[in-house]
Design a protein around this ligand. Structure first.
Ligand SMILES: C[S@@+](CC[C@H](N)C(=O)[O-])C[C@H]1O[C@@H](n2cnc3c(N)ncnc32)[C@H](O)[C@@H]1O
Length: 335
């Protein structure tokens, strides 16, 4: 019997449809997280345009990005949308097809509007749910790094999605929460009893409160008790720590400046040495290793404070789009 399988017209159409769905989905995920435009799969789009000989895929992308309801409500920055639409128009022009009115109308709309300091980045969860956070356009502003989501926060959130048991029915304290991505994902996916977001910077705290209020409504996690606290690692009191009584402590990208390492380690040592807690908390810290010297200094300080650590090497499923070139290391600290 001849076992050669000839691809039927229907199967071929299915392959084409799936490829198109995949391309439009990647464009949507990258657009809402405001990924660099050169990380978009433009070559796949070009191929799709050439093979289908229609502009349909461009219209689908437009529908899933600039014209999508999420974009109307929580838009990426104007500059970003302008550059995105300009690139989309360029790709479409290469097809030598009739100009698409919808593309030019969308560009016209963003050309007239006025840029703001704040934009929205939206991260899509595996359930399809969106987490839209108000973030600053600049990586550092108002003297803080806390107004944007950093890669280690996205990594820690991906790890949390795969390890809900670490958080389920626990009181979780997050140090240096920034705009709140990790905690919001944990609260939406892992059913902690209580989640305490914390930071020291007043503008960051205000932004954090807004994001937490918008992203953690009763619809998302009605059983989690959520609060946002001002907590400076240098000033946090025994009374505050006693009241929080955390089972699990997490932090992302808090080891970036040699000046703050010593007060962070002192706080961690206090958390381990408290008599009021029958058992030690579980402490997980995810860090982007930008400067190996700074990171080594953190580990040396941990050792000096009598704290040991294990490197967590779990592979995580990639959920969020971010630059995975830099090394991100997660450690679990123990006494
Ligand atoms: C690089 S950002 C990381 C924010 C967030 N965890 C993320 O990864 O997206 C560092 C955060 O640590 C906070 N931070 C720095 N020093 C602190 C201190 N002494 N006490 C409390 N928070 C601090 C900053 O305000 C900032 O929000």
């Amino acid at each position: 019997m001849n076992e050669t399988h000839h691809v039927t017209v229907k199967e071929e159409q299915n392959i084409i449809d799936n490829t198109r769905k995949e391309v439009t989905h990647i464009f949507q995920v990258n657009f809402f997280a405001m990924c660099l435009l050169n990380t978009f799969p433009w070559d796949l789009l070009d191929r799709e345009l050439k093979s289908s000989k229609t502009s349909d895929v461009i219209l689908e992308i437009l529908d899933k990005t600039c014209l999508n309801a999420v974009c109307r409500e929580n838009p990426p920055s104007l500059k970003y949308r302008r550059r995105f639409l300009t690139e989309l128009i360029k790709r479409h022009e290469m097809l030598e097809a009739e100009p698409l009115d919808a593309l030019y109308e969308a560009l016209g709309e963003v050309m007239c509007a006025q840029e703001r300091d704040t934009c929205y980045k939206t991260y899509l969860l595996p359930t399809g749910d969106a987490v839209s956070l108000a973030e600053n356009v600049a990586l550092i502003s108002e003297g803080t790094t806390g107004l944007v989501t950093w890669e280690a926060a996205l990594y820690l959130a991906e790890w949390a999605l795969e390890n809900p048991h670490i958080f389920k029915n626990k009181t979780v304290l997050e140090l240096g929460s920034g705009v709140g991505l990790t905690g919001i994902v944990v609260c939406r996916s892992s059913s902690p009893t209580k989640y305490i977001f914390s930071d020291c910077h007043p503008t960051v705290l205000q932004r954090l409160r807004d994001n937490v209020t918008n992203c953690l409504t009763n619809r998302h996690c009605n059983s989690v008790q959520v609060c946002v606290e001002q907590q400076d690692w240098q000033k946090v009191t025994d009374e505050q720590l006693r009241r929080i009584h955390a089972d699990t402590i997490i932090a992302a990208d808090v080891v970036y400046d040699p000046d703050i390492i010593s007060c962070l380690v002192k706080l961690l040592a206090r958390l381990f040495n408290y008599k009021f807690q029958e058992s030690h908390p579980d402490v997980y810290i995810a860090s982007t290793v930008r400067n190996p010297q700074t990171y080594d200094c953190f580990k040396t300080e941990l050792e000096k404070a009598g704290l040991k650590h294990d490197i967590i090497k779990d592979a995580v499923t990639q959920v969020f789009p971010y630059n995975r070139v830099s090394t991100i290391e997660m450690i679990k600290i123990h006494a």
